[in-house]
Design a protein around this ligand. Structure first.
Ligand code: LCS
Length: 393
């Protein structure tokens, strides 16, 4: 079915639909590594791009392509590339657009490995990087250089929930011939559409809200422009970070309920954030929907809701954090986020442990910071669980 002009929920269910000879209602899993050619001419035509069709699953596969088409429509992009993990998406973008002597500017407080791989690995190949608070555009202006090729932003950030003005930074970047990539993992296209705000590339850890069921790891990249898409696709095919057909099937299934899940999680997150803000054991709360959030007005402008991710600091720091982690019962003590289950974790000792303490502090990740991903359980049950654990501090 043609869904280009349909609403978001219709796209969630039907975009990327594929007609097969049996009339399958959902996309089947083409669990095959390779595809037979009818004859030598057919094989040659496929390789030459003269005929559409499939050659080899790393290059393309119907189950994977169906998901890619759905995600591209959801983000209002040209085409999508599904990859093995969110980090495969991040490294494919870096690998395709950066090189010896080129410079990238990124959000300082973004997901640890997205920064760590630049510091540890891409630096070995002569890629220069500056990490700044991209929520302050002046900081970006200060580090733009003639060799800057990519501005890579994460908004809201994991886990500090800082928000970057996508439209403003895209205008600045484009004036300087710099491409902009936005990690949209925390929002999903349900809440934020970076390509509509001017970005060139959007990427996701689809492990999170897009799949939503904490049962697969995956990533996706969506490009606005055919030329940029081609560069990214070529790099993915050569580097080999492709998604697997079974993984793609799982995501195509999970994503259909994205709006329903996000709506429920967000309703609870708003209530929980306010409740935490008034709790005597809590020092501060960062949630885009709270008036106390420094970029609350910007969040209202560029996001269509405030999401399901909350960060908060406990009075009593590290020790209080340990007590909370060890005493919640309903909330799962686990990394990752964006699933139907409520998850709680401690970035300083978990997701961001790979960064030095100085780098963490510079990026606003204090030792007592708690990250909370609100699931779709009953909100009262989540609050009761938190209250019972907070009482023990
Ligand atoms: N981008 C963001 C914003 C993320 O939060 C993550 C993973 C990634 C990229 C990488 O995606 P992956 O390869 O794991 O699919 N964030 C994680 C987290 O906060 N806890 O565990 C993983």
């Amino acid at each position: 079915m043609e869904t280009k002009n349909s609403g978001f929920n219709t796209k969630l269910v039907h975009a990327g639909d594929y007609e097969d000879c049996l009339g399958s209602a959902v996309m089947p899993i083409y669990q095959t590594s390779t595809f037979k050619f009818r004859n030598s001419k057919h094989g040659a035509d496929l390789f030459a791009g003269k005929e559409p069709g499939y050659i080899y699953t790393r290059i393309g596969n119907p189950t994977i392509n169906s998901l890619e088409d759905k995600l591209a429509e959801l983000e209002n992009g040209y085409r999508g590339i599904a990859v093995a993990s969110g980090m495969a998406a991040v490294t494919t973008v870096y690998m395709a657009l950066l090189g010896q002597g080129l410079h990238v500017i990124t959000t300082d407080a973004m997901y640890g490995p997205s920064r760590g791989v630049l510091e540890r690995d891409f630096s070995r190949f002569g890629v220069e990087a500056d990490f700044v608070d991209t929520s302050d555009i002046e900081q970006i202006k200060k580090v733009i250089k003639p060799n800057t090729k990519l501005l890579y932003i994460e908004t809201p950030t994991n886990p500090t929930i800082a928000i970057t003005d996508i439209k403003a930074v895209c205008e600045l970047a484009h004036k300087n011939n710099i491409l902009v990539c936005v990690d949209n993992t925390f929002c999903s296209p349900y809440l934020q559409k970076p390509l509509d705000l001017g970005a060139d590339i959007v990427l996701h850890s689809i492990t999170k809200f897009i799949n939503g069921h904490a049962d697969i790891v995956g990533g996706a990249i969506i490009a606005k422009d055919p030329e940029v898409y081609k560069r990214l696709r070529q790099t993915m095919v050569y580097m080999g970070g492709n998604m697997d057909p079974h993984q793609a099937y799982m995501v195509s299934r999970g994503v259909k309920t994205l709006s329903l899940r996000m709506e429920k999680s967000e309703q609870s997150a708003r209530v929980i954030a306010e409740w935490l803000e008034n709790h005597s054991k809590v020092e501060w709360v960062k949630y885009p929907g709270l008036k106390s959030h420094p970029q609350h007005e910007l969040a209202k402008k560029q996001m269509s809701g405030f999401g399901a991710m909350i960060s908060f600091g406990l009075k009593g720091g590290f020790k209080a954090g340990e007590i909370l982690m060890d005493n919640v019962k309903l909330c799962l003590l686990a990394v990752s986020l964006g699933g139907v289950e409520t998850l709680i974790q401690h970035p300083a000792s978990m997701t961001h442990a790979g960064l030095s303490k100085e780098a963490r502090e510079e990026a606003g990740i204090s030792d007592g910071l708690v990250r909370f991903s609100v699931g779709i359980e009953d909100c009262d049950d989540i609050i009761t669980d938190l209250e019972n654990a907070l009482k023990l501090i």
